[in-house]
Design a protein around this ligand. Structure first.
Ligand code: NAD
Length: 311
């Protein structure tokens, strides 16, 4: 496993991070035992960065992750969780100081730890950004003084949201998803800005939440038809060539040196081993060019998310 430093935190995080949304059934129901084995397999292979949220499976993912990490020395892993979203969909959003403070205590209990390494405001495009600046982040800073959290980050889908927020307040890291993968590389445009702001870069969803896999996306996937169809064509192209699109997608995302860690979601120990093995193998540049050509009509396209004023 290779490690890169996350922003100014000084943390050496594994280039492949563990995305825990599948522990909350994001990609189909999972057995707790299987989830625990997946976390243990990740640790054994040198993965030291774990990302979760109370929102994943309405806390199921945090509960399983907490059980899986029981007994592991605390210095062996970095734990990132979130505040602001508490159930899948847009049902339960609350970025108020009182709710996020309570949420951190709930997460500490479920995760069975004394501190959270990185606490992230989850999908800030759904919040009034003035509230995140004036209320949410100051509440998290207080928790930092009490030692409950160590660093503060934010997550969002629209890239403009990061800039709107970071123009006003400092954070230690940003988590972006579906913006640095085979079909969309727009996150690179933000790198100079993020570096200047001292924010570490976490890239999630190298498989574009399943679009760039043989199995395809889950039912809830928000991508419009044009993106789905182009990705399906790219998957088919790789299948015909007896190549794995997932392998190509992962190798492509992890290769960028400005990205500290790439979060992959899977609760399968077998897939984790496969993903780690792929890191050691050579990226097929010819196949990459072919796939990028297929994806050209939808290159750098995403879908709307959150409040209109945050886009
Ligand atoms: P992803 O792009 O990692 O895709 C997940 C899909 O890829 C699943 O269906 C999984 O089974 C499949 N997969 C994994 N390894 C595979 C392999 N070797 N072969 C074939 N298929 C494989 O999407 P994701 O899970 O949404 O993103 C990763 C993580 O990033 C999440 O679990 C979460 O922790 C984080 N994330 C956070 C946010 C946010 O905070 N707003 C948003 C998206 C993702």
């Amino acid at each position: 496993m290779k490690y890169r430093v996350l922003g100014k935190t000084g943390w050496k995080v594994s280039v492949l991070g563990f995305g825990a949304s599948p522990l909350g059934d994001a990609f189909g129901g999972i057995e707790e035992k299987e989830g625990i084995r997946a976390v243990r397999a990740a640790l054994d292979l040198g993965i030291n960065f774990f990302d979760v949220s109370p929102d994943f499976g309405s806390a199921k993912a945090e509960i399983i992750l907490g059980k899986a990490l029981r007994g592991i020395p605390r210095h062996k892993f970095y734990l990132a969780t979130k505040v602001g979203r508490y159930a899948p969909g847009e049902k339960d959003l609350d970025f108020s100081a009182a709710r996020v403070t309570r949420s951190v205590d709930e997460s500490l209990k479920r995760l069975r730890v004394a501190h959270i390494d990185l606490i992230q405001c989850h999908d800030i495009e759904f919040a009034p950004l003035s509230q995140v600046v004036e209320e949410t982040i100051p509440a998290l800073q207080k928790l930092k003084q009490h030692g409950k959290v160590q660093r503060i980050g934010v997550t969002a889908l629209p890239l403009k949201t990061f800039k709107k927020l970071l123009d006003k307040v400092r954070v230690d890291a940003i988590l972006s998803y579906c913006h640095y993968c085979l079909s969309n590389i727009t996150l690179v445009q933000l790198f100079p800005y993020l570096k200047a702001k001292g924010a570490g870069i976490i890239n999630a969803s190298p498989f574009a939440m399943g679009l760039l896999t043989e199995k395809g996306p889950p039912k809830w996937h928000p991508a419009p038809t044009a993106i789905r169809e182009a990705c399906a064509r790219a998957v088919e192209h790789c299948r015909k060539k007896k190549a794995s699109i997932a392998r190509l997608a992962l190798q492509f995302a992890v290769a960028h040196k400005d990205i500290a860690t790439t979060l992959v979601g899977t609760a399968s120990p077998k897939k984790i081993k496969e993903n780690v093995r792929w890191l050691e193998e050579r990226l097929d540049l010819e196949l990459l060019a072919e796939v990028q050509e297929i994806l050209a009509p939808i290159r750098n396209k995403a879908w709307p998310s959150g409040r209109p004023e945050n886009q």
